[in-house]
Design a protein around this ligand. Structure first.
Ligand code: ATP
Ligand code: MG
Length: 468
């Protein structure tokens, strides 16, 4: 057993028995352990069981094009070196496969030495790159940050910034990013990881949810009788957050008057309740967030420049999910676990390759929140041990079909009747809004400026999950 585990593993994917025998004869003597697959499906079955050190892949195999198999291997096992083999050693085929990331290309029939050399080099390269990764990990530990999930370079950057932010007790942070990218999650992590504040309160205020007249008293409080309806003295959120963190969400929605009051508070570090004279001093860290481009709002004159500078002492820009798709399997698996526990579906073990493929192809306008909602639904409807393609919403599944080149979110398939095209657009708009507002009908209605009854109707039509 021991001796065998020392052996390097080669996976050969070729339906030609003669080639398999030949490779076996060439390589087994050299202490390689060989696994054979005769088509793409078998290849992936084996990959689920063993992790080879190198794959020898025929360009033409039954059922699936060799290049497609290779692309898929690269997607799921990016570090695994692949040597392409072909009896038809055209330059184009070689160039194509190298472009997608083949380590080498050998022409059949091959000489034993050429094959051995290619296999040996591929393995050396792999172990060097693993070593490099190990050293990198030592230097920059690849990790998640508390409840934040993601290991791509983009997230590592975020973690580095969070380390700096949490090393200071008071630096003011502005978190920017599309809807659903985790801005609030990051704000909470900042609070939880700031030693001097973690035990105090984290207070969140959604600046878009309250009318201007109420927001100010919400933030700063009021004295009894300060205005009609102020029947009691009320302590504002800034006071509640004393010692801890105040999170001003959707700060881009703040009206000029409230912006003016806030800037005064930030400058003077003290304020008074509405209708009061006492000056109140609080010790809070201010974290704000927006999915608007504040710089543009400043240019457009709708957001005060001085406030923008005060808020963005330490700016963080959250990456979109489509910019860190490598994190998708990790996030999807995480959400599957979370909802599997909640739904008590112990049998559920994994996400099928086809489903994962489609998740990769979709562009996630609603980012992590949309992925989370998708997995929640999938876990609820899944019946076996795997989440299947059919457990995903139609909209996402239709992404699995190769489409003409798409430019981000704005792509619309313009084929078919007017009604069909409009429906397509409508579904997209609805789906995005539902993802953005987590299926909250009132919010979606407000955002799209259409009635709630219409929203309910459309939600049923497009099978969107309502959470009201
Ligand atoms: N990196 C991540 N790891 C784990 N969960 C995440 C991550 N990013 C986001 N989420 C989850 O996705 C959901 C949306 O995140 P969050 O509310 O922080 O987004 P947001 O940027 O504030 O969105 P919005 O602008 O719409 O308010 C939450 O349930 C959050 O826990
Ligand atoms: Mg938010």
């Amino acid at each position: 057993m021991d001796e065998r585990s020392e052996k390097k593993i080669v996976l050969v994917v070729d339906d030609d028995k003669n080639i398999l025998r030949l490779i076996q004869a060439y390589l087994e003597k050299d202490e390689y352990k060989i696994y054979n697959a005769t088509d793409g499906n078998e290849c992936f079955d084996i990959l689920e069981e063993v992790m080879p050190d190198v794959v020898l892949l025929d360009l033409r195999i039954p059922g699936m094009d060799g290049l497609a198999v290779m692309e898929r291997i690269k997607k799921f096992y990016p570090e695994l070196p692949i040597v392409m083999m072909s009896a038809h050693g055209t330059i184009e085929a070689a160039v194509d496969s190298m472009k997608i990331g083949a380590y080498d290309f050998v022409t059949k029939p091959f000489e034993s030495n050429r094959l051995k050399l290619s296999v040996r080099n591929a393995i050396i390269i792999r172990s060097l790159s693993q070593e490099l990764q190990r050293l990198k990990n030592e230097l920059y530990p690849t990790r998640d940050f508390g409840s934040i999930i993601g290991r791509t370079g983009k997230m590592q950057e975020i973690y580095k910034n969070l380390d700096k932010i949490t090393a200071s007790a008071s630096v003011t942070v502005l978190i920017m990013g599309e809807s659903g990218t985790g801005k609030e999650l990051v704000a909470r992590e900042i609070h939880n990881r700031t030693p001097s504040r973690a035990k105090k309160t984290f207070v969140a205020v959604n600046c878009a949810a309250l009318p201007e007249s109420l927001l100010e008293s919400e933030l700063f409080g009021h004295e009894k009788g300060a205005f009609t309806g102020a029947t009691d003295r009320r302590v504002g959120k800034f006071e509640q957050a004393n010692g801890g963190t105040i999170f001003l969400d959707e700060i881009g929605e703040m009206t000029p008057a409230t912006q003016a009051k806030l800037i005064r508070v930030l400058q003077e570090r003290e304020f008074s309740r509405i209708g009061g004279n006492d000056l109140i001093k609080v010790d809070v860290r201010l974290v704000s967030a927006t999915n608007k481009n504040l710089e543009e709002a400043v240019k457009a004159g709708t957001f005060r420049e001085d406030l923008y500078y005060r808020l963005s002492v330490f700016p963080i820009i959250m990456p979109t999910l489509r910019d860190r798709k490598e994190d998708l399997p990790l996030l999807a698996a995480h959400f599957m676990e979370v909802f599997k526990k909640r739904e008590k579906k112990d049998v559920l073990q994994s996400i099928s390759r086809e489903a994962l493929d489609v998740l990769f192809k979709y562009d996630w306008p609603g980012n992590v929140r949309e992925l989370q909602n998708t997995l929640e639904r999938a876990v609820v409807v899944a019946s076996g041990s795997e989440i299947q393609l059919d457990d995903l919403p139609q909209m996402i599944k239709s992404m699995g079909v190769d489409k003409p080149h798409r430019t981000g979110e704005s792509y619309v398939d313009l084929t078919g009747t007017m009604e069909e095209v409009i429906e397509r657009v409508e579904e997209r708009v609805m789906r995005k809004a539902f993802a953005e507002y987590d299926g909250n009908v009132s919010e979606v209605a407000r955002r799209l400026n259409i009635g709630r009854a219409t929203i309910y109707r459309k939600a049923e039509k497009y099978r969107l999950p309502i959470k009201d």
